[in-house]
Design a protein around this ligand. Structure first.
Ligand code: SAM
Length: 204
């Protein structure tokens, strides 16, 4: 997976490549999906949701430019896989999921895989986690209909927000850096994520 799907494309950050090699992806999917855990694809998890394609996880992590000491927020816990990869890359990881059953299962899987220091929250991630802000980086793993201003405001100066923005049918992965002049936007790759549902997301 690391050599062909990540290094073989355009993932160059060695810390991200090592983190992707370290996290046992098969521990974050159900029994039926286990043999496909390292496929170049998103896979179904419960609640009609998905564990993201490995390439998109790596791409999001690389765009955050983490060096190891950061506090990060992961919006859309899903299986917990991306939170585990982030835990390999940053000092403190908070993750938030709107579907309680998914959050509970992710918490169990994170603990079983040795990532018990990841803080799992249940709630509307479009509102961030103001009680734990500011963050050096925020990764959103679901499609937002517009730029998520509340999340942007929970970044530290020079902090980075990575978020798919667009319609429910297709998005672009946007990277915004917090600056005194407002968000410095770097447009990135086309992508397709499940919708971000919430106060600053899509309606249910
Ligand atoms: N990164 C995850 C992983 O590695 O498994 C995949 C996440 S999945 C593509 C997107 C997740 O975002 C779903 O579990 C969905 O329930 C969640 N989600 C959607 N809207 C949300 C919101 N407002 N707050 C928190 N989670 C949300």
């Amino acid at each position: 997976m690391v050599e062909t799907q990540l290094r073989g494309r355009d993932i160059v950050d060695e810390r991200v490549l090592s983190a992707m090699a370290a996290v046992p992806r098969e521990q974050f999917v159900g029994e039926r999906e286990r043999r496909r855990a390292y496929d170049d694809a998103a896979l179904p998890i419960s609640g009609g949701q998905t564990i993201s394609q490995p390439y998109m996880v790596a791409r999001i992590c690389e765009a955050l430019r983490l060096t190891g000491g950061e506090r990060v927020l992961d919006v859309g816990t899903g299986s917990g896989y991306q939170a585990a990869v982030l835990a390999e890359l940053a000092a403190e990881v908070y993750t938030i999921e709107r579907i309680p059953e998914l959050a509970e299962l992710a918490r169990e899987r994170l603990v079983a895989a040795g990532y018990d220091r990841v803080h799992v929250h249940i709630g509307d991630g479009t509102l961030g986690l103001p009680e734990h802000a500011p963050f050096d980086g925020i990764a959103v793993a679901a499609a937002a209909p517009g730029f998520p201003q509340t999340l942007y405001e929970q970044l530290k100066p020079r902090g980075r927000l990575v978020v798919p923005v667009g319609s429910a049918r297709g998005q672009r992965l946007e990277v915004a850096v917090r600056s005194p002049e407002g968000p410095a936007l770097i447009h990135s790759v086309p992508c397709r994520f499940v919708p971000l549902v919430g106060a600053e997301g899509f309606d249910q």
